[in-house]
Design a protein around this ligand. Structure first.
Ligand code: NAP
Ligand code: MN
Length: 266
């Protein structure tokens, strides 16, 4: 039976063009190509930028198959291949010249007055005000009260997501071999009236972070998961902790995280 490679792509002209070339080349190399996850899918290829990569991971519900991305977008931090290197990639893939880098997801359990909702994230989960106003949130870690946060919001990032929104918000870039949760404040207020940590705090992956909107904010909370926003009414508590989901990033031989960081950020 032929191996199946599942592809996902955004609707940029460059992505469609790349998709058509990729399908031809994969077929020629003996693979079947599908736009769905089949029983014998062995690899997922996303074509686009990091945003499309995140969308593909969510679309296929964190399927337990290796994933690689071809960058036709802007930054392409996740997306390590460029369209010009498709031939090289197919050879390397057939010769098994790659390794798998696992990245664990985090999850939010949102308790509202009526329901409990679970959302998983590969980059980060952000809790902020639904409008452009400050938000007041109680923060507990493992049942211990840490602070009453006031500011734009709080962001909880995975190591793999540390180079995204987390970094813009002043959080640290984390080596992906470390397992941890990073909680980064977004524009925290620090005055006589309000006190919050001004830097991120680093927690073990065993930690349970609990964020509760203060009185009158239950209906004003926006939860943003890997860039996708969700609104719920009467939010009582959002618990954030390590998920049992993970993704398997296929990395070609020679991939090195800190090389990539200096190449993309400096
Ligand atoms: P977007 O607005 O296009 O993404 C913002 C930028 O983040 C893009 O350049 C994207 O790369 C890059 N990016 C995504 N994941 C990354 C990662 N793990 N490491 C380094 N850079 C990364 O929206 P999007 O493409 O749908 O991506 C969603 C992500 O945007 C969210 O998960 C969040 O991290 C990020 N975001 C950042 C800010 C900020 O920095 N102030 C604000 C909101 C959201 P591509 O150009 O290749 O897509
Ligand atoms: Mn993008």
């Amino acid at each position: 039976m032929k191996g199946v490679i599942t592809i996902a792509y955004n609707n940029l002209e460059k992505s469609i063009e790349t998709k058509n070339i990729l399908i031809k080349k994969l077929n020629k190399a003996g693979f079947e190509v599908s736009e769905n996850i089949e029983e014998n899918t062995e690899l997922l290829i996303s074509i686009g930028g990091d945003g499309s990569f995140l969308q593909a991971v969510h679309k296929f519900k964190f399927a337990n198959i290796p994933v690689i991305a071809i960058n036709t977008g802007h930054l392409g931090f996740f997306a390590e291949l460029c369209p010009e290197k498709i031939d090289k990639f197919i050879d390397a893939y057939k010769n098994k010249e790659y390794f798998i880098q696992e990245a664990e997801a985090i999850q939010a359990n949102i308790s509202t007055e009526d329901e409990d909702i679970r959302l998983d994230a590969i980059n980060e989960i952000v809790i902020k005000n639904i409008q452009s106003r400050t938000v007041h949130l109680g923060l507990q870690v493992d049942g211990v009260k840490i602070e009453r946060f006031s500011g734009d919001g709080m962001l909880i990032s995975t190591p793999i997501g540390s180079t995204a929104y987390n970094y813009s918000a002043g959080g640290s870039i984390v080596d992906p071999s470390l397992n941890l949760l990073q909680l980064t404040p977004i524009a925290p207020m620090n005055t006589n009236a309000y006190r919050s940590f001004t830097s991120s705090i680093i927690l073990p992956t065993s930690a349970v972070i609990s964020i509760s909107p203060e009185f009158e904010f239950e209906n004003n909370i926006l939860i943003v998961v890997d860039g996708k926003q969700y609104k719920f009414t009467q939010i009582e508590e959002v618990k954030i902790y390590k998920s049992n989901k993970k993704i398997k990033l296929l990395r070609l031989k020679g991939y090195e995280f800190w090389n990539k960081v200096s190449e993309k950020f400096l």
